[in-house]
Design a binder for this molecule. Structure first.
Ligand SMILES: [Zn+2]
Length: 162
């Protein structure tokens, strides 16, 4: 657009062709590091350490949450109970992530999917998969707990049954 060059000379303004808009490009990098309280979901982390996945189930409306929530976001009730999430289920959906968020730029492309555990919990997780051609919606999967190699934390993965 006329005048964009003049703006770009005097300011960190770039023209984004996709959006068809001039954008202010911040010169400072914003780094965020969260410290989140975990006391209300501590059992989730303890469960992972023991090799068990826990979700929460609302005793009032029946909604199931994974990751667990200490309060039901459907009806607002705090009357929730911890429930073990079945480690077998079916693959509901998946996608290959090749446009990664800033914090995962160092990772090779990866697959993220949603599995529905046999007892109804929906688990969003990385899919351990060597061959994309073998992935099928509805296929039997396991939900396994393992170490995230680069970050050295426990994580849960969707693993297709072979
Ligand atoms: Zn509820």
């Amino acid at each position: 657009m006329a005048g964009d060059e003049r703006l770009s000379e005097n300011f960190p303004i770039i023209f984004d062709e996709k959006l068809n808009l001039p954008l202010w490009k911040d010169l400072r990098e914003l780094k965020l590091r969260y410290n989140l309280p975990i006391s209300s979901v501590r059992k989730f982390f303890e469960g992972l350490s023991d090799g068990v996945l826990y979700g929460t189930h609302c005793k009032k409306c029946g909604e199931k949450f994974f990751p667990p929530k200490p309060r039901c976001s459907t009806c607002g009730s705090r009357d929730v109970e911890w429930v073990e999430v079945s480690n077998v289920g079916r693959l509901l959906s998946y996608t290959v992530v090749n446009v990664k968020p800033e914090s995962y730029q160092h990772h090779p492309d990866y697959v993220v999917g949603i599995a529905e555990a046999d007892n109804g919990f929906k688990v969003l997780a990385w899919v351990k998969c060597e061959n994309l051609d073998k992935l099928r919606i509805g296929m039997q999967v396991k939900i396994e707990i393992g170490k995230h190699e680069r970050e050295n934390t426990l994580l849960y993965y969707i693993v297709p049954e072979t």
